[in-house]
Design a protein around this ligand. Structure first.
Ligand code: ADP
Length: 355
């Protein structure tokens, strides 16, 4: 780096102000290899007492040190990757080290561009594709197996044909449900930034969902009751999406609540929800099933998360229902609360702001 006279206080002030205006962590190093300035994000990463220290004692990681050293030596920009683990989370930064040479002084700026969220989004996308492929491959493999059997060994077995076609039909319907749920999920995600403006009657919505699920409840000998949903209760919401929320929750309560039990849907017009600013309503969907152990509860809304995947498959589940519920409620600035007692049952509560 070209030699310039040492930086004076006015210049330090200017450099500090410029660093403060940057959107990510910045450290400025003088030609004497000591730190001149750090902005607030830089202090959050490296502590507050870094000014005046030699950069080697602060930056530490060899790749970053090499980059700074190369800028000091060659006066050309250099890049490095910086990785740390903080509170169990792996953080990743791309470090941009650049020479600054003016007529009066020279220094090196080291800026940390946070890549963590981009990395995490990429990882989630890859996980998701792997999960979807796995979920679809299982029924597809079964269908292909039965086709081969029907083309070969069981070609003339009329009994086997009927049985196998029924299984193949079930597996194909399952794939259809998964694809349908995936499409719902992507539609909800596409609309997530658009607040619903339509005024809908949530009481009528609950009654209509309960009515359409009555036949399913009857086959399980489950009594499905709505409470508090007699008079109109208007709310800003997307009708189709809220129908989906309550269909998924009531269907789950019927599926996992066990046969011969009761499922109650209780609408409370005014609830006190401290995390929401305005007035809100609450819908509790309560079943008397086996309940859910506490360690599963925070993960239930993850895509494809199931407590017992065998049971979920048996009852026609895709593992996407609660993920869809969560996304729809996010769009409505609502909340989902899950309270469960093992052996006694579960209550899924939907809290929705009026506007
Ligand atoms: P699925 O299609 O498997 O039902 P969901 O996303 O709707 O997927 O639910 C995820 C998992 O949460 C289910 O597989 C089940 O293990 C559990 N679950 C959901 N609702 C209930 C309930 N009412 N009681 C007990 N477990 C439930």
């Amino acid at each position: 780096m070209r030699e310039r006279s040492a930086i004076d206080m006015t210049q330090v002030h200017l450099v500090t102000e410029l660093a403060a205006a940057m959107p990510f962590a910045v450290i400025v190093i003088g030609r004497d290899e000591r730190i001149i300035a750090t902005n607030a994000q830089g202090q959050a990463m490296f502590g507050t007492g870094t000014t005046g220290r030699h950069y080697i004692t602060v930056l530490r990681q060899p790749m970053v040190l090499d980059a700074v050293e190369s800028v000091l030596r060659l006066s050309e920009p250099a890049r490095a990757e910086y990785r740390v683990t903080e509170a169990g989370r792996d953080l990743h930064y791309t470090v941009h080290a650049n020479p600054v040479v003016t007529d009066d002084f020279s220094c090196v700026t080291v800026a940390f561009e946070d890549r963590t969220e981009v990395d995490e989004a990429g990882l989630m996308r890859r996980d998701f594709v792997a999960n979807v492929s796995h979920e679809l491959r299982t029924p597809l493999t079964a269908v292909l197996g039965f086709i081969e059997t029907l083309q070969g060994p069981a070609a003339n077995d009329a009994g086997a044909r009927v049985r196998f076609l029924e299984i193949m039909g079930n597996e194909a319907r399952r794939m259809n449900r998964i694809v349908g749920d995936l499409l719902s999920l992507s539609r909800v995600e596409a609309s997530r930034r658009v607040r619903p403006t339509e005024q809908i009657d949530i009481a009528a919505t609950l009654r209509s969902v309960a009515q359409s699920l009555a036949p399913v409840a009857r086959t399980q000998n489950v009594v499905l009751t709505t409470v508090g949903a007699d008079s109109p209760t208007m709310i800003a919401g997307d009708r189709d999406q809220l129908i989906q929320v309550f269909t998924n929750l009531m269907e789950n309560a019927i599926k996992y609540g066990g046969a011969d039990h009761e499922v109650t849907v209780h609408l409370t017009a005014h609830t006190n929800e401290p995390t929401l600013r305005g007035p809100a309503l609450r819908v509790d969907v309560t079943d008397q099933g086996d309940g859910i152990a506490p360690e599963h509860i925070p993960r239930l809304t993850e895509r494809f998360y199931r407590i017992d995947s065998h049971r979920s498959r048996e009852v026609g589940g895709t593992g996407l229902g609660l993920a869809i519920v969560k996304h729809i409620l996010n769009r409505h600035r609502g909340r989902l609360k899950i309270e469960s007692h093992v052996g006694r049952g579960t209550c899924f509560s939907v809290i929705l702001p009026y506007e």
